[in-house]
Design a protein around this ligand. Sequence first.
Ligand code: CUA
Length: 659
Amino acid sequence: MEPTKKKSRLAWWALPVIAVLAITLYGCPSQQNLSSTGNAAEKVYVAPGEHDEFYGMFSGGYSGQMTVYGLPSGRHLYTIPVFSQAPVNGYGYSEETKPMLQTTHGFIPWDDAHHPEMSQTDGVPDGRWIFINANNTPRVARIDFSNFQTAEIIEIPNSAGNHASPFVTTNTEYISAATRFSIPLDEESLENQDVAISSYAENFKGTLSFIKIGDEGEMNIDFQILVPGFNYDLSHAGKGPSADWSFFTSYNTEEAHTLLERNASRNDKDFIAAVNWKKAAELVAEGAGREIDAPHYRNYMDHDEQRAKSELIETVKVIDPIENPGIIYYLPTPKSPHGVDVDPTGRYIVGGGKLSSVLPVHSFEKMIAAIENEDFEGEVDGIPVLNYDSVIHAEVENAGIGTLHTEFDGNGYAYTTAFISSEIVKWSLETFEVVDRIDTYYSPGHLMIPGGDSMQPEGKYLVALNKITKDRYLPTGPELFHSAQLIDISGDKMELLLDFPTDGEPHYAQGIAADIVKERQIKFYALEDNNHPDAVKSEAETRVERNGDEVHVYMTTIRSHFAPDNIEGLRVGDKVYFHVTNLEQDWDVPHGFAVLGARTSELLVMPGETRTILWEPQKPGVFPFYCTDFCSALHQEMQGYARVSPAGSDTPISFGTGE
Ligand code: CUA
């Protein structure tokens, strides 16, 4: 295959000739992969007013958010604020949502979100929640599918670069989350120590965290497994026969601490760690491991009070494989593997052979036999290394260059992205031979088939998540959006249907049949269930109260006015809290709130909801506030004034709406 576009050294005069020849002979390059039937447009066309068949949930990468697309149309439906502040609706700016971004490093307004992962029941996505990791300041978030809002964020201590995260077990018993970077962890306290970086080999360690998921989705770190100081890249839980196990890829088994592109690429094989989480959990329940100080925050939305709360958890349970044999084994895997993917039957474990010429497929059955026979080729820090030849089931040849991730169609085929050769390769889970391949534009990281990492894939569409877009769209200066490509996989030959630009950097995505999620949607919050302590349920209750330098404005919105809309008696130096309750009880009627000079974003308040914004006026004068969301024909009339007097003035508090 041709590598990603490179400038060729042709004489300048030859270019037009070649272009004309190429178009004559092969057609416009972007059309090459469209099917001869030419019905791609029909296959992705969703008529106005019709709904898409699938929700596509894409990570926002360095936007820190999650984006929602309809498939097959590629229409952008929504962006869910998760780890980053969102001025579009006030997430992370409003007093109610700020606690969601609390960490032991303080308030963190941004992160790098990589892998959306849906909750599963019996190995099938069930449409309850979708989880996503924060890579930079290690955290995992849970988003509730009933309102597409972030419901909970838990911080992960003793971790640095939460990349191999969050991957669910088949009944959402656990989410696994492994550290990407190893760090110097003190033997006793596991505190990140102040030591020389060159002492890597002796001091640096990694952890694999297992987060227990409660019936309501609540997350708690049940235990962490202490592992050697490698880099842990990706993970997937087993399924069916392998359901009690989770698999993690590692690279940098060389334990390099500088220039990893060279120094961490020396070993012919690195490892996939196979972790018997069921056994580890049982041991921990019986008292194995030790409780260590590891302060971390759990932030969650209190649905009753409609505001987020933060709780500091002081400790975590750590379990050492040396003292607890049988919980972890290493499968040697060529070479700096990236993804690790388990097929729908749970029998095969596919490593992404980033620097490997073959795509390695391990057999779970053989792995168990090798463990029983103690067929080991060595050990690392007390962790047995299984014999490669005893566990490998097949090496897929000619699977492209730079193979990263694999998903499955449920019909006996696997699909793997090849980053360097810019293609998707389809191969058989029976013959382990490549049966089809299709170019992508350009370098694909992950790919996604709805349900494609579960026991029940919906093998109709595949989405390639391409990292380099170059010339695919109208240019937008040096910065270009990344791109998704929708590919029809229902037939023998893959068929490219659609390109659509994506927001941020979607490392991974998951898809689910729209019917499963659609019926669960909350359309508005019932006002009578709003137990926010600062809510007001009618205009009669609206008021302004001064308490020292703090002023609380208890305000309501309804089409098309604020109550109160005239406020006097504020002073420079005050902290003015606007508690805005939206009295509407109808779908899709939010009201916005913004006030001149507020050092924060707007509020977007959903029907039946209360949201609070802090304003610290800096100068005397009269300052307008207004509704930011076009709510009615008289939206432009939805405004008010706040009068600010100089510090120390004795203008009394007064307020009202209408005369
Ligand atoms: Cu309320 Cu515009």
